[in-house]
Every structure is written in structure tokens, then in C-alpha cells.
Design a protein around this ligand. Structure first.
Ligand code: UFG
Length: 329
């Protein structure tokens, strides 16, 4: 069985990836600092608590387990915080992965799958966004993701590292089996906030602006299920393990849903009238973000199976209902 080091394997997407790897015949080895991750979500292989910035810990893992590839899900992801605390983001999202890549190089581990983001594109010039769209991120979070993409390209040229950068649009939904889900502290993402409101944990959902140039005035996003992200990661992994070249791929459904549509769909699925109120726009929010994932479909053979917004919200609702207090409940 091949060992895959999953950095951030206790987090929202990383933990699901471990379950998916294990189902598909790989052994996930988890490295997670537990700053945001959950120990309860690590169930499919050995666990090491700590940071990818520790060479000592990385060397300990690499000398205990032969590692075929590394997947990195351990970036900090709060766009607003990245503006007010950029140092935290450059340290965790750029400096720490540099240490990880250097240590991999020393140990001759040459396969890397990176969770990148549509935030690397910045304000879209055209919709849908394809991989050739210029990358001009508008916040430190997006810049840190782009810097790692650039580092990967340079390590590829100089040292032969093979990497795939997967540019997620809006990751959402929960494990279809109901075992793993989204439990962020603080929570800033729309779908979990809407569902927490449905559970009565919040008074109402804020709609950040209803005067955008969209069909109902609210922002439009391309929501993509975490199980479909995991499928793409596995295909990318198998591609590099088979000796094929790496690359960059968008992962979205090519379809946008407005904030109001998300709330209305959640009303229907939960059977509850979810209170909402319009508040001012949030700084830095583009009106529309929709990705074209044709490249992932044709080159990786990716076929999203949970694309419908209803399915995304249903799986998330199933998890939130069962875990009203997150993993601790
Ligand atoms: N929104 C609200 N009210 C809320 C929260 C969000 O109206 O309480 C709106 C936002 O304005 C946005 C949409 O809902 O239009 C989705 O917002 P999220 O915060 O859930 O996600 P973002 O679109 O901000 O996602 C961005 C980037 C991703 C990146 C992610 C990091 O698009 O690439 O932030 O968390 F990964």
C-alpha cells in the first residue's frame, strides 16, 4: 500500500481526502498542527501532531514511512484575516510549505498535490474563469496561494518536483456518509452560517450586499462538493505517480448560485424559514466567480458526482443536524 502524507489531514477537506484515499487503497499519514483541525476527524491512518515547518518532525515521518507523495491542505483560509494579519499568512502559507518542499527534496520525495484557489485570479476579467486567466490576486490569502504555485513551478524546473495545483472555487458540502463535515472556528463561509441559522444558533444570516450586477443583486459563486474535490485529488495523484506531467487545474462546477439562491435552497432542504438581512458589501468580494473545469475533465478524467446545489446543501445539513456543536457534539 502506498503511503501519502496528508498535511492538514485533520481539516475540513483534508480529513475527507484521507477517508477517500483509504477507500482507494492508499494509506494516509496525517500531519496536522490541530490549530484549526480536529483530532476526531483523523481515523484512517497514523497521526503526527505538529507543523510542516518542523524539519525534525518531517524527517521523523519520512524516516518512519516511505512516502510516495505529499498532499497539502494546511493553509490558513480566512481572506479578511489575511488582510489584517498578513504575517500569519505569509508564515503559514508560504514559509512553512517552503520548509516542507525543501525537506521533501532532501529526502527525494518528488510528488506534490497542492490545494490552490480561485483567489489567485483576483477580480475576474471574464466568466467562466479558465486556467489561462491572468493571476492578479487582490488579497494576501490569494497572493500566498499564488506564491506556492510559483514555488512549485521553480522547484519543478530546478529539482524535478512533479506537482499539481488544484484551484478550488467554493468548497462546500459534507461527507455523503455523514461522518465528516465543516467545523471552522470562527465560521465565515456562507453555507455553514446559513445552516447554523437554520439550527437556531444564529439569529439571522447577513447577505453582504444586494446591489451587485447579478440577477438578484447578490454575489454569485461556484460551489463545489468536497467529495468531488477529493476525486480530483486522487486523479491528480495517480497522474503524477504514473509519471505524467503535473499542472494547474480549476475545480468548480461551471455554474453559479447567488447568496439568495443558497438561502432559498437551504430553506427548502431544512424545512425552516431561515431569517436573513441585507448588510453592506464585504470588502474584496467580486460579484461573480465561476470556473471552467474543462481542463480537469479532459486531462484528469474528472467527473463531479455531487454538483447540484441541493446535494451540496443536503449533505452539509445532514452533518450539521447530527453535529450541532461540530466535532465536539
Ligand atoms: N456571504 C454572505 N454572508 C455571509 C458570508 C458570505 O453574503 O455571512 C457571501 C459572500 O459575500 C460571498 C458568498 O457568500 O459572495 C460566499 O462567501 P464565502 O465566505 O463562503 O466564500 P468566498 O466566496 O469568500 O470564498 C473565497 C474564495 C475562495 C477561498 C475562500 C477562502 O472565493 O477561493 O474565500 O475561505 F478559498
Amino acid at each position: 500500500m502506498r503511503n501519502i502524507l496528508v498535511v492538514g489531514g485533520a481539516g475540513y477537506i483534508g480529513s475527507y481526502m484521507c477517508k477517500y484515499l483509504s477507500k482507494n487503497g492508499y494509506q494516509p499519514i496525517v500531519l496536522d498542527s490541530l490549530v484549526y483541525g480536529h483530532r476526531e476527524a483523523v481515523k484512517w491512518g497514523p497521526f503526527f501532531e505538529g507543523s510542516m515547518s518542523s524539519r525534525e518532525l518531517l524527517n521523523q515521518i519520512f524516516s518512519t514511512y516511505p512516502i510516495s507523495a505529499v498532499m497539502h491542505f494546511a493553509a490558513f483560509c480566512y481572506v479578511g484575516e489575511s488582510v489584517t494579519e498578513p504575517a500569519k499568512y505569509y508564515r503559514n502559507n508560504v514559509s512553512s510549505p517552503l520548509t516542507l518542499l525543501e525537506t521533501m527534496q532532501e529526502q527525494n520525495i518528488n510528488n506534490f498535490i497542492f490545494s490552490s484557489s480561485c483567489a489567485t485570479y483576483g477580480e475576474p476579467l471574464e466568466i467562466p474563469i479558465s486556467e489561462t486567466h491572468p493571476q492578479h490576486p487582490i488579497n494576501p490569502y490569494g497572493r500566498t496561494k499564488l506564491m506556492v504555485e510559483q514555488m512549485l513551478a521553480d522547484f519543478g524546473n530546478a529539482y524535478g518536483l512533479k506537482s499539481v495545483s488544484l484551484r478550488y472555487f467554493n468548497a462546500a458540502g459534507a461527507d455523503p456518509d455523514g461522518e465528516l463535515g465543516e467545523d471552522h472556528h470562527p465560521e465565515t463561509h456562507l453555507i455553514p452560517l446559513v445552516l447554523q441559522t437554520a439550527l437556531g444558533q444564529r439569529e439571522s444570516v447577513s447577505i453582504f450586499g444586494d446591489d451587485y450586477p447579478t440577477k438578484d443583486g447578490t454575489c454569485v459563486r461556484d460551489y463545489i462538493h468536497i467529495a468531488d474535490l477529493a476525486q480530483a485529488h486522487l486523479l491528480a495523484l495517480e497522474r503524477v505517480l504514473d509519471g505524467m506531467p503535473g499542472g494547474q487545474y480549476n475545480l468548480g462546477n461551471g455554474e453559479g448560485h447567488s447568496v439568495k439562491e443558497v438561502i432559498e435552497t437551504a430553506d427548502r432542504i431544512t424545512g425552516r424559514a431561515i431569517p436573513s438581512k441585507v448588510t453592506p458589501r464585504r470588502a474584496g468580494d467580486p460579484a461573480v466567480l465561476i470556473g471552467s473545469s474543462q481542463k480537469a475533465m479532459s486531462e484528469l478524467g474528472w467527473k463531479p458526482a455531487f454538483a447540484a446545489l441541493e446535494t451540496i446543501i443536503e449533505t452539509a445539513w445532514n452533518w450539521h443536524k447530527k453535529h450541532p456543536g461540530g466535532y465536539k457534539s
